[in-house]
Structures are given as structure tokens and as C-alpha cells.
Design a protein around this ligand. Structure first.
Ligand code: IMP
Ligand code: MG
Length: 407
């Protein structure tokens, strides 16, 4: 069985918890895109863990793989390995694809510079992810398998990549950035023991009939091509990219699409269903909507069903997983966007990015619920199902690992 878990909104839907929940039926846990710009949190017992690039399977002692469409920061990943080891989890379960491109320390600095000085601020996580992907495309990047080269050879590639990023803006810092090589190199050497050939590994899992669960990062509305460009991340977040990341064409048995009963957004870009201040503040506090990676407060909005339906189509979602219904417990009314008003007429299709600025949401309004057993919540879910044509198979109504209702 091969499954994939995806976020259908702007990230932070609680994929971490879901992947953890679903992994009870899977043997292998694979991250297929992005890097440590993501943050996945899982509550085990009464302890909360947060990881960034590490596949969630580490908390269930499953085989874990960081596949080839990811980019990896060796310094940050060593910190994650230390973190999971300190908490008693087994690092021998980790594998890293040999074709994974590397984030160098200077990619973070360049990300920071561009965020500070650009006219259009993307609100990136400043982890250097976009610049590392850019260097992969420009063919300057170092890759995981470069760990097999000599220190001198690696340094030559490092300097070559650094020089490709040269810019008058940060000329003065350039010499300092060269000095960060040693830390980068030492961490890369430490990661050598985890490197694998993804083709060999994946074919072995298939041959052994293992159950494999892929886990996406960021989310469909942040996808490089299908999100609101340029306010997007720099990798493909769609289910299809899981196949590229392991170099194998297969059919998914399950495509789990995770969404919150509301929407949140960090970073910049259009946000048609943003709540007014009172509900925005209330939802952020109850839902603890602060970034796992950056600590930034997330803006809260009502559920956008037009966007949700499109995300289901883009990924071929088979099972919807609705999370955080408890955040709305006791809300008198709940809204969901089922149209956009452009000043003249209501449109029901997904708009072009340039149209977004002008749009006002058109809401369908529902009676609120007291708890997850309330029939008002059932009504809301039924509406979502008929709107998207996909069943809401799972409902998560608290942060605890076990509190998932299978419907
Ligand atoms: P980057 O991925 O750091 O380049 O940031 C690009 C955009 O994606 C920004 O709007 C970020 O806030 C957003 N982003 C990246 N990773 C996540 C995530 O894990 N959750 C939510 N937003 C994210
Ligand atoms: Mg997150």
C-alpha cells in the first residue's frame, strides 16, 4: 500500500499529527519536498515534539527517508538528529537520498538579504530554501553524494556556488561566509552514514511489500506552480512530486488531504477569507496559531471551499482529514467561502492571481457546534463533502495523538 499525506491550504494544517496517526498502518515514512522551512509537531503522551525536515515516522520507530526532491541543510539536520536522539528516538532509521541538494550557510544569508531589501516581500522562513533550489536549477548546487569527495574538492564546489551568489549588496560579508565552510563540512561528514541510493531503497521496499507513507511539506496553495506565485515556496507540494522524489511511477492507494476548519497564512500574499480582528485574534489564541519554525503569528481566515475543492482535484484526494474542529467549539456561527465577488458579479471559479486583490468573499454560514459530537458539525461536514465530492474520512478534534474520529 502506498499513501501520501498532503496539506490542502497554506501549510500548518496539522499534517504532523495525521502522519503520525496514519503511520500505525505503514512501515516506511518518506519526506518528498521542501526542507527545514516546514515544522511538524506531534504530541506523544503529554510531550510535544517538533521536527522540520525529519520524517514523522521517527517517533514511531519506522524506516525514514528524506527523498531526492528535498533540499537539506546539513547543519540544521545534524541538530534535528541530536534532538531526536536526546529524546530517545533511533537515528539508525534515517536515510538521506544521495541526490538531495544542499542548503549552504550563505543561502540563508542571501534569503535574509532579499527579504530585507526586496520591494515585494515574500515572508520566507529565511532558511535559504528558495536560493538552494535556485542553485540546483542553475547547476551550482552541492549534493548529498558530494560527501564522498575530498575536503578540498568539496571546498572548491562550495566556493564556486558561493561566487555564483555574489552580489554588490553583500560584498562586504563575503569573506566571513567563506569561513562557515568548516562547520558545513563537518556536519556533512557526519551525515555520510545516513546516505542511500533512493532507487535501491525504494525498489527493496516495494519488493518486500512494505506499506509506504509519503509526507508533503508546505501545501497545495504554496506550491511553486499551482499556488499564488510569487507568494509560494520553491518546491512542488503536490502528490505527483512524491513519485519524482523516489524515481518510481506508481498509483497511490490513498491520497490523504488535510485541512483545518479555518485557514491560516504566514508570510505575505492574497488572503481573501481573512477574518476581522476580533475573530482573527480569538482563533489565533485558541488554535495556538504561531509558526513552529519561526514563531510568527499566523493570520486566520474562514475556510475557503473553492480553494479546497481545487486542491482536492490537483492532488486526486481520496480521503479528507479535517482538523481542529475543537477550535470552533462554542462559536455561534461558522462561515465558509463559496464564491468571490469582484464588484460586479459573483464568480465561483478559482481566480487568477492578479484578480485576488479585488475580490470579496461570499460566505455560506452555518450554526456553530459545542463539540465534535454535535449534529451542527455533522451538517457542516456534509456540506463540505458534497461541495468537494470527497469524503471527510477523519476528524481530529484535539491535539492528542489518539483523538481522531474515523467516519
Ligand atoms: P520559504 O519556503 O521559506 O521560501 O517561504 C516561502 C513562503 O512559504 C512564505 O510565505 C512562507 O511563510 C511559506 N512557508 C514555507 N514553509 C511553510 C510551512 O511549513 N508552513 C506555512 N508556510 C510556510
Ligand atoms: Mg507547519
Amino acid at each position: 500500500m502506498i499513501g501520501v499525506v498532503l496539506g490542502l491550504q497554506y501549510g500548518d494544517q496539522g499534517k504532523g499529527k495525521f502522519v503520525d496517526y496514519l503511520l500505525k498502518d505503514y512501515d516506511v515514512s518518506i519526506r518528498f519536498n521542501g526542507a527545514n522551512n516546514a515544522g511538524h509537531s506531534v504530541e506523544v503522551g503529554n510531550k510535544k515534539y517538533a521536527v522540520h525536515l525529519m520524517p514523522s515516522g521517527i517517533f514511531r520507530n519506522k524506516q525514514c527517508l528524506v527523498a531526492n526532491e528535498c533540499v537539506l541543510d546539513p547543519i540544521a539536520f545534524c541538530e534535528e538528529i541530536d534532538y531526536i536522539k536526546q529524546n530517545g528516538f533511533d537515528d539508525s532509521k534515517i536515510k538521506i537520498g544521495s541526490r538531495v541538494s544542499l542548503i549552504c550557510p550563505f543561502h540563508k544569508h542571501v534569503d535574509e538579504y532579499f527579504e530585507q531589501t526586496s520591494e515585494v516581500k515574500l515572508g520566507t522562513t529565511r532558511r535559504g530554501v528558495g536560493h538552494a533550489y535556485a542553485d540546483k536549477m542553475r547547476r551550482f548546487a552541492l549534493r548529498m553524494q558530494d560527501c564522498l569527495l575530498t575536503k578540498q574538492q568539496i571546498n572548491t564546489k562550495y566556493i564556486n556556488c558561493l561566487q555564483a551568489n555574489e552580489n554588490n549588496m553583500f560584498k562586504n560579508d563575503f569573506e566571513n561566509w567563506k569561513n562557515e565552510f568548516d562547520l558545513f563540512f563537518n556536519c556533512l561528514m557526519r551525515l555520510k552514514q545516513y546516505m542511500c541510493d533512493v532507487t535501491d531503497c525504494f525498489h527493496k521496499y516495494i519488493k518486500q511489500n512494505k506499506n509506504i507513507l509519503f509526507q508533503g511539506a508546505q501545501s497545495t496553495q504554496l506550491d511553486l506552480t499551482w499556488g499564488e506565485y510569487p507568494f509560494v515556496t520553491s518546491s512542488s507540494c503536490l502528490a505527483q512530486n512524491a513519485m519524482l522524489s523516489v524515481g518510481f511511477r506508481f498509483n497511490f492507494d490513498k491520497v490523504y488531504g488535510v485541512f483545518k476548519v479555518y485557514t491560516t497564512r504566514v508570510g505575505t500574499g492574497p488572503f481573501v477569507t481573512a477574518m476581522d480582528e476580533q475573530w482573527d485574534n480569538k482563533t489565533r489564541e485558541i488554535g495556538k496559531e504561531y509558526g513552529v519554525t519561526t514563531g510568527r503569528p499566523r493570520k486566520c481566515g474562514w475556510l475557503d471551499l473553492i480553494a479546497l475543492k481545487r486542491s482536492c482535484l490537483l492532488n486526486g484526494v481520496t480521503d479528507l482529514c479535517m482538523v481542529k474542529s475543537d477550535v470552533f467549539d462554542g462559536y455561534p456561527l461558522v462561515h465558509a467561502c463559496t464564491g468571490y465577488y469582484n464588484g460586479q458579479k459573483v464568480i465561483e471559479h478559482y481566480p487568477y492571481t492578479s484578480e485576488f486583490e479585488e475580490l470579496q468573499p461570499v460566505y455560506s454560514t452555518f450554526l456553530g457546534w459545542e463539540n465534535y459530537k454535535d449534529k451542527n458539525l455533522d451538517n457542516f461536514i456534509s456540506f463540505i463533502q458534497s461541495y468537494t465530492n470527497v469524503n471527510v474520512k477523519y476528524l481530529s478534534y484535539s491535539p492528542n495523538r489518539e483523538d481522531v474520529l474515523e467516519r
